[in-house]
Ligand binder design. Structure first.
Ligand code: SAH
Length: 391
């Protein structure tokens, strides 16, 4: 009888539903699908058995999170962290061009669940987001040291997700020394990254390819809303007469200004303001731009927040569209995984009707390729970047 299957130390048994989810290509098992984890300890690498006691594979066990298991290897595989990091680097060598800063490991998408590693030249930033990866940190550090001889490895373990795993939230230097800010090279620019305290792990690496895409349509005057350290704005400045960029964070704008100076860009003005208010003010003043970029923070951090988020996205898109004349370009982004591309398209469609503008879809883009997307793991796809032209 299946229910009488006993688990040995190091083993966890899952329900039929849990096993099916895994066989359908998803590496997570939720706590509700755990049949027996009596022997498993926090962060342990366990053998996972299905309801018939067949070995499904190997996973990290979390004693705290609703995501109780994250698979790291198949039944006949051993979990070799150094090997996985080397594979991840090999893939980046194929897809990253003109940048010494990129996401080296994108968690589940690189078969290193709950592990994120960002590379800023010879400085590395690590986020261990579950008990298993937290426990594996010494092995992860050793692998990075052997493969890359880094100047510094820092832990950006300040993410709120760590609380769900009952892990401390902290930022610390794991190896080497770091001189802030780190200066990296991207798309022909020198860009500074505050690897210890900046937003995300320093800069937004996921928009790297979208900066170039947006710049291809840019001319005249540009407005970059939610500019952070100035990524879109710098790229637009190469193609436009004047660029205005807005953010509400003083710290981000200091870095943005430093980036403009370091690259000797004269036609770029940064403004500290609330983007919603600024857009409304410009629309009342009948100001116009040739291109507007919207890259707000994730308005929907969970499914429950989707309704409020929908209103937020609609409002900024409507306000931005009012600033664009015929031929004008709207670049609009959402980094909420819960906001699908179809939903965002619908929101922009409604905003365009309210604004009385017909939009032509120029490009439907996503995160840069160093943040790979796995077809059967929808959580790995989070960024949408849509480019429209007013017809
Ligand atoms: N486009 C940026 C990333 C933007 S992240 C890049 O490519 O680097 C979102 C940014 O929105 C953050 O920098 C945050 O400080 C800013 N922000 C959040 N709420 C805001 C608001 N109401 N008005 C203006 N900026 C805001």
């Amino acid at each position: 009888m299946p229910n009488e299957v006993r688990v040995s130390p190091n083993e966890v048994r899952v329900s039929k539903k849990g096993a099916e989810r895994y066989r359908n290509g998803h590496p997570w098992i939720f706590r509700s699908d755990i049949a027996d984890a009596a022997h498993a300890s926090p962060g342990e690498l366990v053998r996972v058995l299905d309801h018939r006691a067949h070995l499904l594979g190997h996973a990290h066990y979390s004693a705290a999170s609703q995501i109780a298991l994250r698979f790291v290897a198949g039944p006949a595989e051993t979990f070799d962290i150094a090997g996985r990091i080397a594979e991840a680097q090999h893939f980046r060598e194929q897809v990253v061009t003109d940048s010494d800063a990129y996401r080296l490991v994108h968690a589940e998408a690189d078969r290193l669940p709950a592990l994120i590693i960002d590379r800023y030249g010879d400085a590395f930033s690590v986020q261990a987001l579950d008990q298993g990866m937290d426990k594996a940190l010494p092995e992860i550090i050793a692998a990075l040291e052997n493969q890359f001889r880094p100047r510094a490895i820092v832990a950006r373990n300040d993410s709120a997700v760590r609380s769900l795993e009952q892990l401390p939230r902290e930022i610390k230097i794991l190896s080497g020394q770091i001189e802030e800010p780190v200066v990296i090279h991207m798309n022909g620019f020198r860009i500074q990254a505050d690897v210890l305290h900046g937003q995300k792990t320093g800069i937004y690496l996921d928009q790297r390819e979208n900066y170039l895409a947006a710049a291809r349509y840019a001319s005249g005057t540009a407005l970059d809303c939610f500019t952070s350290t100035g990524g879109f704005a710098l790229h637009l400045a190469r193609a436009c007469d004047r660029v205005e960029a807005v953010d509400s964070s003083t710290l981000a704008l200091e870095a943005a200004n430093a980036n403009a100076q370091m690259n000797q860009i004269p036609n770029l003005d940064f403004r500290e303001a609330d983007a919603f208010d600024l857009l409304a003010g410009y629309s009342s003043a009948r100001r116009t731009f040739d291109i507007v970029v919207l890259d707000p923070p994730a308005f929907a951090k969970s499914r429950k927040q989707l309704e409020g988020a929908t209103r937020g996205y609609k409002e900024i898109n409507l306000r931005a569209l009012r600033l664009l004349g015929r031929g004008g370009i709207l670049v609009t982004c959402s980094c909420s995984h819960h906001m699908s591309e179809a939903m965002l398209l619908q929101i922009v469609a409604e905003a365009s009707l309210d604004a009385g503008k017909t939009l032509r879809v120029l490009e439907r883009r996503t995160q840069s390729q160093d943040h790979p997307i796995l077809l059967t793991v929808p959580e790995t796809h989070y960024l949408k970047c849509l480019i429209f032209q007013v017809a």
